[in-house]
Design a protein around this ligand. Sequence first.
Ligand code: PGA
Length: 252
Amino acid sequence: MAPRRPLIAGNWKMIASSRHGLALAAELAARAKAAGAMKCDMLLCPPATLIRQVSEAVAGSGLAVGGQDCHAAPGGAHTGDVSAVLLAEAGCSFVIVGHSERRRDHGETSEMVRDKAAAAHAAGLTPIICVGESEAERDAGETLAVVRSQLEGSLPADAAGADTVIAYEPVWAIGTARTPTGAEIAEVHGHIRHRLAAVIGEEAQRTRILYGGSVTSENASEILTTAEVDGALVGTASLEADAFWRISESCP
Ligand code: PGA
């Protein structure tokens, strides 16, 4: 089976201005064009209002664009929501689902995340399904059980392998400048691969498992060379072109 190509994804969250986002996209697109062949796939996930402009800014650069969330329904009476179909039409090929900030701020359950991931597949998008334990859960020794339950609950029935990405993001590591040790990351990623294989079989070897939570240009190379780590989901450091670019260059 072909090796998994690393994926470096930038989660811009609610970036403070369009001007910042568009400058960032233009700078990264210019670097990608100048670099030619890259060691990884690179993905930018702007807020919904910027998706179309960012897609236009990165056209021809090889950079992909993704949404940060989608509704599970293809359309209808859902004020304020965006469907996977609309994301695809605006230029997305990926969508993040079940980020811990959405599970926290919007009460999203794994069942809801599963339905969003299925909607992403139906629209031709690759969902990036986020899972991860809280600090209290880690302290209680429940990390693997929590991650397993979120993973199995959030995985849609039609998940095949390469059409789905998993992001392991310990909640306590997001935006905190704290990261798990390499051994801790490898343990959780190995567990995720094992559980994926139990559900989807051999195809699990084709699923990319990203690490997310305080990835920086300084710690990227150690994290990206950790066993079973196929890339990173980057928040804060993805808002600075140079830092995000250097993370992509740290891929093995
Ligand atoms: P961070 O965010 O890199 O700022 O920790 C990661 C994420 O929430 O995806």
